[in-house]
Design a protein around this ligand. Structure first.
Ligand code: PMP
Ligand code: GLU
Length: 431
């Protein structure tokens, strides 16, 4: 049957022809292959390897009975807790009313684009979902040029060049750091320079800081310090509290953007109503913080740093250069040194590279094409999350508490990551 001839299949043209999100597809494919008995090393989906901190889980248990619909913008006590968290971290003075809670920051990003009529500006590479969200809503996407020598980071100059053509055009710029997919972050000087351009063109600056707490040195700073009147901070529980599946995200608005926040709340009220009540109650424990959470974050960062550095070293030694990560749990390796060998196997694109690698070695990673590059760019994203996070935290705080984490730690805590590197190396040698 020709589905296009049947009006029951009159799927919105903005959705027709696009696939479910790459991160979720690779996860489901990896799980399916595992269930068929294949030994898959899952470096595709970027899911925190660490468990939700025990006190936060306990808070969820205590609030399992909460059954009422909550206010659209979120539970007041949670909004207060998040305002306090941001003020502590960023030395800002935001108010609980500046906070909006949603079922994941991904959903908030989507309703932001629905509520605001403007072009989307994103650096190349960027996380897989920003551009498809814009496409679904029918907004234009402008990929901002970046360069490998500059860690694929946006510069104030390039941003200015794009904006100056049509200076008063409404635009949303998304800046995500530490970055998914590179693990790199921006210096204060870079942030200040970008903030100045954003102010010049009155951009809405969506600062996606979902990996802020997993900056390896705990030194993340928000660009909101430099462009407070136009910056929305986006964060949540998914990456630093191991709670991706809980689906809780938050935006913190400047008072100047209250009308935009209100417009998003109208959309929320007509769609998801409010975020899950027990989850919101439990999230207060996470955002209030405490010495146990400081300890949890200290060890999470220590583990991610040593793992990121180990993988960076292994890949560099294989002649697969990658930026040295400074936060989050991603690397963006460049396989182009193997172009000739890959072509001999008819591998000319990043999707072909990732498919063949998965088929031959069981190592699942995502192609650069999912992050905004043309298919012939032979890079990929590796999410270094296939290890037992609880075990790694216990080792870091136990037998390694007074010594440096090293290769022995990797052997003990992350054997599958080492195995992934051995398999990739072997595969490349044999090309
Ligand atoms: N931004 C980035 C850069 C991400 O990697 C993710 C993936 N979790 C999100 C936003 C969305 O996170 P969540 O919806 O779980 O808050
Ligand atoms: N953000 C994670 C990633 O980039 C996964 C979750 C998602 O994409 O929604 O892999």
């Amino acid at each position: 049957m020709n589905i296009h001839a049947d009006h029951r299949y009159a799927i919105n043209l903005n959705v027709r022809g696009i696939q479910p999100s790459a991160t979720l597809r690779i996860n489901e494919l990896s799980n399916q292959l595992r269930s068929e008995g294949r030994d898959i090393i899952k470096l595709g989906l970027g899911q925190s390897p660490f468990p939700v901190p025990e006190r936060v889980v306990e808070a969820l248990r205590e609030h399992a009975h909460e059954k009422d619909y909550l206010p659209v913008k979120g539970l007041k006590a949670l909004r207060q807790s998040i305002a306090g968290y941001i003020n502590r971290r960023e030395r800002m003075k935001c108010d609980w009313e500046d906070v909006l809670i949603g079922p994941g920051s991904k959903e908030l990003l989507f309703i932001l684009q629905l509520a605001y009529y403007g072009d989307l500006l994103i650096p190349r590479p960027s996380w897989v979902s920003y551009a498809p969200q814009a496409r679904i809503i029918g907004r234009s996407v402008h990929w901002l040029p970046t360069h490998a020598e500059n860690n694929w980071q946006l510069t104030a100059e390039e941003l200015d060049i794009i904006c100056r053509d049509d200076a008063s055009r409404p635009r949303i710029l998304i800046l995500n750091y530490p970055s998914n997919p590179t693990g790199c972050t921006y210096t204060d000087e870079q942030l200040l320079a970008i903030a100045n351009v954003a102010r010049k063109y009155r951009l809405i600056l969506l600062s996606d800081e979902i990996y802020g707490e997993v900056h390896f040195e705990g030194k993340h700073k928000s660009i909101a310090r430099y462009y407070p009147e136009g910056t929305i901070i986006s964060t949540g529980l998914s990456k630093w509290a191991g709670a991706g599946g809980w689906r809780l995200g938050t935006f913190i608005f400047p008072p100047e953007l209250r009308p935009l926040q209100d417009a998003m709340a109208i959309i929320a009220s007509e769609t998801y109503t409010a975020t899950s009540a027990p989850i919101q109650h439990a999230a207060i424990a996470a955002f209030d913080g405490g010495s146990d959470l400081d300890e949890y974050l200290h060890h999470s960062r220590r583990v991610l740093k040593v793992v990121g550095e180990y993988l960076h070293r292994r890949l560099t030694d294989m002649n697969v250069p990658t930026q040295k990560p400074e936060g989050a749990f991603y690397l963006f390796p460049d396989f182009s040194a193997y172009q000739e060998g890959l072509e001999r196997h008819d591998i000319k694109t990043s999707p072909a590279l990732c498919n063949t690698l998965l088929e031959d070695t069981g190592v699942a990673i995502l192609p650069a094409s999912d992050f905004g590059f043309p298919p012939d760019k032979l890079s990929a994203r590796l999410a270094f999350v296939d290890f037992d996070g609880a075990g790694a935290l216990a080792l870091s705080g136990g037998s390694y508490s007074d010594k440096e984490l090293n290769d022995d730690f990797i052997d003990e805590a992350c054997p599958r990551l080492k195995l992934a590197m051995d398999r990739v190396e072997d595969w490349l040698i044999k090309l």
